[in-house]
Design a binder for this molecule. Sequence first.
Ligand code: FAD
Length: 293
Amino acid sequence: MIDVLRPTGLEAALEAKAEHPSAVPIAGGTDLMVALNARRITPDAILDLGRVPELQQCRTDDGTIFLGASVTYTRILQELADQIVLAQAARTVGSLQIRNRGTVGGNLGTASPAGDALPALAAYDAEVVLASTTATRTLTVTEFLTGPKRNALQPTELIVGVRWRRRRHVGSFSKVGRRAAIVIAAASLTLVLDDERHDVRVALGAVGPTVLRAPDAERFAAEALAEAGVWEDPGATVPATVFDEFAARVTATARPIDDQRATAAYRRHVCGVLAGRALRWALTERTPTATAR
Ligand SMILES: Cc1cc2nc3c(=O)[nH]c(=O)nc-3n(C[C@H](O)[C@H](O)[C@H](O)COP(=O)(O)OP(=O)(O)OC[C@H]3O[C@@H](n4cnc5c(N)ncnc54)[C@H](O)[C@@H]3O)c2cc1C
């Protein structure tokens, strides 16, 4: 028999976790129920987070967005549409039913290298907020994700949410898989071109043990765009070689494997194609004559 703990607030949820560290939290259940049904996990207790309002908050405080762990993809699409790369990632998750149930906290909890919200959050330089009865701490997304399906969560902690600065930006989330919809990524790429910090941030999904940032490619692109004068003049021309070099540097960051979804060689190829395309799209979006894609 499995005990089900049903706290009605964050404090009670953290107390329940402190008393029952082996209790497995459940938010939307779209990953957990699959694991339970397949008997991949056999917990003695489940901690139902469905009645914890603090985890369902989505708000902006003084320019910082806080996205509660139990906010669903459907709500992200409704409430954070201007956070374009996260919204695009949310739109690609599963089907409508999965987006109605699945949450960003669950994506972080599962920590799959193919989790679609994760590269978007990494590219926003988001922090994961973790809490126990004794402390609250924050980790960057890449610090939080420690390996394939592994994260830095301690047994007495819960993911409270994620937060990042709301900044003027353009960018995209691209995902390649075996079919067009309801598909787990074989490779994904998120690019953010930040108009306030004048930087370019790239995060790759499903091509490494966890989400990968591409610092060398990011630095190269930011410098090349500065040299071309793009930050001041959105219409400035960027030499074609910049896109090729950027794509090559992103590809060099990938650490893919062969598995049932794709070969490592194909994944590497996809990274380069998505990188060049994402940079072109972002620059086009900044031009005065840009139309919505
Ligand atoms: C048909 C189908 C299609 C899918 N398609 C996609 C897809 O396209 N892209 C994608 O990224 N994912 C996909 N998924 C996976 C899943 O929907 C996502 O990972 C989703 O974000 C999980 O959220 P959830 O709320 O359902 O998590 P749950 O199943 O409730 O939990 C997942 C894990 O996170 C832990 N957890 C949840 N909340 C917390 C918290 N606050 N604190 C600590 N731990 C917590 C749980 O204990 C569990 O280990 C799909 C799943 C299905 C069944």
